[in-house]
Design a protein around this ligand. Sequence first.
Ligand code: HAM
Length: 426
Amino acid sequence: MQLTKLRGFRDLIGPDVRLMSVIEEQARLIARQHNVAEIRVPVLERLDLYARSTGETSDIVEKQLYVVQRSPDSLGVHDHVLRPEGTPGVVRAYIEAGLDRSDPDQRYFYCGPMFRYERPQKGRYREFYQFGVEFFGRPDAAADAELMVMIDELRHALRLELTFEINSLGDAQCRPIFRQQLLEWGRKHLAELCDDCHQRLERNPLRLLDCKIDVKLTATAPKSGDFLCEPCRAHFDSVRDLLTDAGVPYKLNPRLVRGLDYYSRTAFEVISTRIGAQSAVAAGGRYDGLVETLGGAPVAGTGFAIGIDRLALVLDARKFELRPDATLIALGDSAVPVAMRLSGEMRAAGLRVELLSPERGLKALLRKADKIGARYALIIGEDEIARGTAQLRDLRLSTQREIACADAAQVIVAESRETSDHEPGS
Ligand code: HAM
């Protein structure tokens, strides 16, 4: 039997992983600028955690969990699962550290793989990566707006076209009324609803609005916006005003309900029109009751997660190619330590450099330097060692000149700043 990867799982090689790291690095930078600290939580958690947060009737818990059998003795015990999303684990860790009581106002980011047993297609995988942010102890609208500003900053940094869609789902006061109205509406239209909606109706009527089949029909269903209580209405207005003020363009989407149960008030999705059916590249919202539901103090929470794999599909790989500023070519054994030392000096000057294999001939090495996109090759042979110099070859212009080794780093930094389309070292 040939050993191949599992369906829906991917080996990330070349441009795929490069784009994902670009997104991750940029997201980390933005998180740092917003004074958000990193948190790392386990990949394996108890099933109960997700049943009580993501929701027992959510697709994620009902159909998509990867259950892990711990040992042969645990046969039939299905209580450990691979995390399908980041929020519940972070909330659990926050409560377990006692922060909900001792120091509730916290902001975290996390990054890592999530697992959902979904039908794989473009942009939808069984293992995928999220970069998420969670704010605790912040019931105010500014927290929701700041989270969306963070995504908007990422959008700018990566020069992407994305649309924000937002809605308010109300709170424990007003959502039950909305839920009841939806239930009654659904019962009235029972005959016209699809099979899935029949299931959703009694268990989680909000999900009726999620239906991709009954789109025309559900357009006539009650909308959460019409049932918001006064405090929820004011909160939502405030989020919208702050977004407008911050220049984050958004659309109201009264059908946006999210497939996870813990949301209250603000819910949002960030959509790209460039990647087909799986168009949500990030999503999030407020979950004010969740800390308490999971056994903690009544502390507000709000957050988002970016689907890194999906966002990578929108990026143009060519714009983020990794190219060394220079390659070093050592001709002969005695040139190797000189080239090693020189490459260290060049890195210290902020350059990206690669020392090529000394085992091959000059012609092959120059071809290799060109292939990996280096602008310069520094060639060092016996004669150059004697003179304390190197041959600086500009691979783009096919010119060559001799420079002092001591000047090499500065010359390359200065010349690439002047003539190259990318900052040296980037
Ligand atoms: P979610 O909408 O389930 O929310 O996932 C967030 C993002 O993860 C999606 O918008 C999508 O880009 C990506 N994603 C989800 N499933 C897959 C998949 N199978 N393949 C590739 N990408 C996928 C959450 O997970 C919440 N925890 C977000 C949150 C944080 N809400 C508050 N805080």
